[in-house]
Write a protein that binds this ligand. Structure first.
Ligand code: SF4
Length: 223
């Protein structure tokens, strides 16, 4: 009987698909309050990587990342329509914690450290076309920037030019950060235009005008 001694090597896309299948069946954390449900998206062609914190309870239930008010504001910041944002061939979405970590007295718990240790190197190795990684919040900034982080998230975001072209640090787009956004108008006038310029180059189209993003900073308040 003929045996195939030299099977065709798998493409990056196929290897990534297999790895994502493994990640999605990860049960490394037995104490998650709602059980494991890793929420991530990626394709080997992705040019933008979005790294947030960890799924909230709504994202856990729907399995769709950034499927909430924070996600709407993030898409406004980026100038991407939902169809573009959720095109995994353009945008990979891999939060610091892949499963809902549960909540404590001060909101959702921090992302589980196990995810990065178990999966991130292997995922990054198959995302070789990523040109820009958005670091949303201090957990992502600490992991990816390490010692290059400034003393606070505000100062790290203010120093965003130092980390380009590879990384761009951002605050979390949650409505809870409206006070921060109002107290730091340079974010809207300096960081968002640079962000949109870079996204426009990566996506090539579909970017809304900057004024829409600026008004959204106010519109989300209270959500
Ligand atoms: S939180 Fe991360 S390491 Fe833990 S079960 Fe989910 S995917 Fe696995």
């Amino acid at each position: 009987m003929h045996s195939n001694r030299n099977p065709r090597p798998l493409s990056s896309e196929e290897r990534l698909r297999r790895l994502l299948r493994d990640v999605r069946t990860c049960h490394a954390c037995p104490d998650l309050p709602l059980g494991p449900n890793p929420v991530l998206r990626a394709a080997a062609t992705a040019r933008l990587l979005v790294v947030g914190q960890a799924p909230g309870i709504h994202v856990h239930r729907t399995g769709v990342p950034w499927n909430d008010a924070s996600g709407r504001r993030l898409r406004m910041w980026l100038g991407l329509a939902p169809a573009e944002f959720y095109d995994e061939h353009l945008v990979a979405i891999i939060p610091m914690g892949l499963c809902y970590p549960g909540s404590g007295p001060r909101g959702d718990r921090p992302p589980r450290a196990e995810c990065a240790a178990l999966w991130f190197d292997r995922l990054h190795a198959l995302l070789s076309r990523v040109e820009l990684t958005l670091l949303i919040g201090r957990h992502a900034q600490r992991y990816y920037l390490g010692q290059r982080c400034r003393v606070s998230l505000t100062e790290t975001v203010r120093a965003f030019r130092e980390y380009l072209p590879e990384y761009l640090p951002l605050p979390h787009p949650s409505g809870r950060n409206n006070a921060w956004l109002k107290a730091n108008p340079w974010f809207t006038s300096m960081v968002l235009p640079e962000l949109r310029h870079r996204i426009r180059r990566l996506a090539g189209h579909g970017v809304q005008d900057g004024a829409a993003a600026e008004t959204e900073i106010i519109d989300i308040e209270g959500q």
